[in-house]
Unconditional design. Structure first.
Length: 367
């Protein structure tokens, strides 16, 4: 299949890249680690129109998943906490598909910036699955939630006697039913937060809409966007490593001419290009072949963390001793790789999904 981005998408990516570089970038990533600074809001790049891309045209949307993917790639390049995965991709898709008055009201509040909406998955422990009691209160413990530190509302898939429902919990206020657990950040730009819910009042968003198809599609789109951000970060790490290898000389030769360095850079670049093909295919399939989205998203998700981890390590090793220091930016990409490989499923769980879908195996799903 011959495939490439359109001129509009390429221009959109360039504009997004300039906006992210101006309003976030490595300066924020480092400052967030060194100081207790507020998690940035999205107003700085709201003019891009990325947040509402996957919303209905009546809300200024009407874009494709591929449109949002090229923006996510630029966000990853600059390690920008732009809420593209958590809100623009996952929450917007889910709320639009549910379509209930409650869901659309929450969507509108999120698009205007009145509320910061995130979607949470449960942990892998069976005792911590979300359940909704007869009084309309939800119980359970979330896995680390992307962008959760600034969230005002969290969306969950909860079990009831009648089956699964999608609910929203208001996180504002001082209720003891909601406990925030902020782990010490390895990558502060991800804004991870864990929520422990002990009878937190919830409102049902799913109404009569089919729950599982909407939940699965929204999560698959989030996996694709996360892989796109990893692709952007890997691309930038590879460019920085290559530039240093061409300018740093030893024994009167650029270090990039030595076989060990040269092969490491090539391996990282090959991984980057292979991941780019997987990400674009998965993003394209979301609109053109939605029946294959689960397979392609899992393939991209399985490969993304490995590619970024290899590129980050190559960046560090290419720089030698200085690459291991706090003062150099190389560790910021390595931190992103270590966090992302645990978000929205591990590489192992994604590979399990690929195997199950390709071989038509009845395997138990892994969170």
């Amino acid at each position: 299949m011959k495939f490439n981005l359109s001129e509009d998408q390429i221009e959109f990516a360039e504009v997004a890249g300039h906006a992210f570089a101006k309003h976030s970038g490595l300066e924020y990533a480092r400052a967030a680690l060194e100081h207790d600074i507020p998690f940035p809001k999205s107003e700085a790049w709201a003019s891009l129109g990325a947040m509402e891309l996957l919303a209905d045209e009546s809300r200024g949307g009407g874009g494709t998943v591929l449109d949002l993917t090229v923006v996510a790639e630029q966000a990853g390049k600059h390690l920008t906490p732009a809420r593209l995965v958590s809100f623009a991709g996952r929450a917007v898709t889910l709320l639009e598909m549910l379509g209930s008055p409650e869901a659309l009201a929450l969507l509108d509040a999120g698009l205007t910036g009145e509320r910061n909406v995130v979607v949470a998955d449960c942990t892998r422990h069976p005792a911590e699955q979300f359940r909704l009691d007869q009084a309309g209160a939800v119980h359970g413990r979330t896995a680390p939630v992307l962008d959760g530190v600034a969230a005002t509302d969290v969306i969950l898939l909860a079990e009831t006697e009648a089956g699964p429902v999608v609910v929203a919990v208001d996180l504002t206020g001082s209720s003891t039913a909601v406990r925030r657990i902020g782990p010490k950040p390895l990558d502060a730009t991800r804004g991870l937060e864990v929520f422990e819910l002990s009878g937190a009042p919830a409102r049902i968003l799913s109404a009569e809409a089919p729950v599982q198809p909407a939940w699965d599609r929204a999560k698959n789109i989030a996996v694709v966007l996360l892989a796109a951000e990893d692709l952007g970060a890997a691309t930038q790490a590879n460019q920085l490593a290559r530039a240093y290898a061409l300018t740093r000389h030893t024994f009167n030769r650029p270090i990039g001419s030595f076989q060990a360095v040269k092969h490491a850079l090539v391996d990282a670049y090959v991984g980057e290009e292979q991941l780019r093909s997987l990400v674009w295919l998965a993003a394209w399939s979301a609109d053109a072949q939605p029946e294959n989205l689960g397979l392609y998203a899992a393939a991209a998700g399985a490969y993304a963390a490995d590619v970024l981890n290899r590129s980050a390590q190559t960046l560090i090793h290419t720089h030698g001793g200085v690459g291991f220091t706090w003062e150099h930016d190389a560790h910021l990409y390595w931190r992103r790789a270590q966090v992302d490989k645990e978000l929205l499923g591990t590489a192992g769980s994604h590979r399990r999904t690929v195997a199950a879908l390709n071989l038509d195996l009845d395997l138990e799903p892994v969170p």
